[in-house]
Write a protein that binds this ligand. Structure first.
Ligand code: FE
Length: 345
């Protein structure tokens, strides 16, 4: 779009998450969606890189015959099979759907940071796979070979269809709903549900003092993902305010159905990762945990809970208390976090 030469100042009231082209999409100020600026600053305060975290102890444990059981090895490989490609899928949608169609400069600023974080996460899985000398072609290809991973990915990727079309544009009721649905699928479901059984598995290892280098990286990833989720929820709730006509009863029912379907897919995945249960965690406890977080995601966007399951893993909230874990591991040499309390979900 050519720049209009004018002394006229930007009208902040025209700024929108989507369809705000009339306002400037380049000038950061005046800022309207302050949550995006806050998220950007919090993300910078939490910067980290995988290679700062030592993997020596993990390598020794992985090599040793008597530290990890076969079930634990299977679980670790299965969650890595999901992780290694999941952040690439998330990144593609951030860049090719969110960034293209979101018209708020402050939201775009955060999206640039988020895209970089997805790259760091993919780097992290690569670093774990390489350190443990796992077969890259086995782990990175699991999303095409293992049914329960394939089914989750095929589900979210189907919501790229249409949106990734270079001719797709927001601005009609139908397309705006389609884009809002894409945000729900990628933020609430991909970032907010599909990562969480795998996170729980990794913290299961951590609680046994096993694979602590890998688990520490996953902890930082979970902190980042939790911010991506919160940002996505802010996007959804702000679009609801800016374009309330999109939030129809039918649309709400569809969103609930998508979350229920996702909970089912995630449960199937958990069953594949640990068919017999490890660390006192079994498929049934994962079902409850997945349902518990699915309900939390729904209520955050104003939809009714569907499962009302109790949280069988209350320690998951402790796992995100990084300062406490840090004293325990003392593996990091660099401290980036300079302040700012994160709102953990
Ligand atoms: Fe993410």
């Amino acid at each position: 779009m050519p720049i209009k030469k004018t002394t006229e100042k930007v009208d902040i009231n025209k700024r929108r998450i989507i369809n705000g082209e009339d306002a400037d999409v380049i000038q950061l100020y005046p800022m309207k969606h302050v949550f995006a600026w806050d998220a950007y600053n919090a993300a910078n305060a939490n910067h980290w890189l995988p290679t700062e975290i030592g993997m020596q102890k993990d390598v020794e444990q992985w090599k040793a015959k008597d530290v990890l059981s076969d079930d634990e090895r299977h679980a670790l490989k299965t969650v890595l099979g999901f992780f290694t490609t999941a952040d690439s899928i998330a990144a593609n949608n951030v860049v090719m759907a969110f960034y293209r169609h979101i018209t708020s400069p402050e939201c775009r600023l955060y999206l640039l940071r988020q895209a970089y974080e997805e790259a760091i996460h993919t780097h992290s899985y690569q670093y774990i796979v390489e350190s443990l000398r796992l077969d890259e072609s086995e782990i990175f290809n699991m999303y095409r070979e293992v049914d329960s991973i394939y089914n989750k990915d095929a589900f979210v990727l189907s919501f790229n269809e249409g949106i990734f079309d270079p001719l797709f544009k927001t601005g009609t009721f139908e397309n705006d709903q389609k884009f809002l649905e894409n945000i729900i699928v990628f933020s609430l479901i991909m970032e907010g549900i599909f990562f969480y059984s795998s996170f729980a598995v990794m913290f299961g290892f951590q609680r046994q003092n096993k694979m602590v280098g890998a688990a520490e990286q996953i902890q930082y990833i979970m902190r980042d993902e939790s911010m991506h989720l919160n940002f996505g929820i802010d996007l959804i709730n702000t679009i609801k305010q800016e374009q309330p006509e999109l939030w129809t009863k039918t649309f709400q029912e569809r969103a609930i159905e998508l979350v229920k379907k996702a909970a089912q897919l995630e449960y199937r995945f958990a069953q594949t990762a640990f068919p017999t249960g490890i660390f006192g965690m079994n498929a049934e406890s994962f079902r409850q945990y997945i349902e518990h977080i699915a309900d939390r995601r729904l209520t955050r966007i104003g939809l009714p809970p569907q499962f009302n399951s109790n949280n069988p893993f209350p320690w998951m909230s402790e796992a995100i208390d990084l300062s406490k874990e840090k004293n325990f591991f003392e593996t990091r040499v660099t401290e980036y976090k300079t302040g700012g309390v994160l709102d953990w979900n």
